[in-house]
Design a protein around this ligand. Structure first.
Ligand SMILES: *[C@@H]1O[C@H](CO)[C@@H](O)[C@H](O)[C@H]1NC(C)=O
Ligand SMILES: *[C@@H]1O[C@H](CO)[C@@H](O)[C@H](O)[C@H]1NC(C)=O
Length: 152
């Protein structure tokens, strides 16, 4: 009786281990389901005017599927920012901003589950900065990397 219980417990354990191994294979194989990261939840997205002059302001319009954050006009150093909790189940949180600077413009996905959330997971701060030669991203407001060129 004891042996029987033990072996069925072992069988159960083995199934559990197989299930965990299999699900981590699934997670590693690049399917669409993003990793579950419970400590990576609240975010603040910033859009900053980092241009060299105020001849043209940065005109901004940001929205998600269910929120319109309105139109904003930024001058040098101006920082439009907003905070939100990223959804852990579909439909995942996604914010888009349309930016205009004189004749130049670009549409930027400033937050999504697949990429931006991973970039700013640790700091919880996602910085976008419009500059004369393109649109840059940083997770710490100090080391910026160019992500987009302007369209015109
Ligand atoms: C934002 O500005 C555009 C024109 O630049 C206008 O079409 C749109 O209605 C404005 N949206 C809001 C929410 O004010
Ligand atoms: C980002 O950095 C600039 C200086 O490079 C500073 O003026 C600004 O206050 C910073 N913004 C935030 C939100 O930390």
């Amino acid at each position: 009786m004891w042996i029987r219980t033990s072996s069925s417990a072992n069988l159960c354990l083995m199934i559990c281990v197989l299930a965990i191994v299999f699900s981590s294979f699934l997670a590693a194989s690049g399917d669409q389901e993003p990793p579950w990261r419970p400590f990576c939840h609240m975010f603040r997205v910033h859009v900053i005017d980092g241009f060299s002059s105020n001849d043209q302001p940065l005109l901004l319009h940001c929205w998600s599927k269910d929120q319109d954050l309105g139109n904003h006009t930024l001058y040098i150093g101006g920082d439009f920012n907003f905070r939100f909790g990223s959804r852990v189940v579909a439909p995942y949180t996604r914010f888009t901003c349309e930016m205009h600077w004189g004749q130049k413009h670009q549409t930027v996905t400033v937050f999504n589950k697949r990429s931006v959330e991973n970039w700013c997971c640790n700091s919880g701060q996602c910085y976008w900065r419009g500059q004369d030669d393109g649109i840059y991203y940083s997770s710490d407001n100090s080391s910026y990397q160019k992500k987009y060129d302007w369209l015109q």
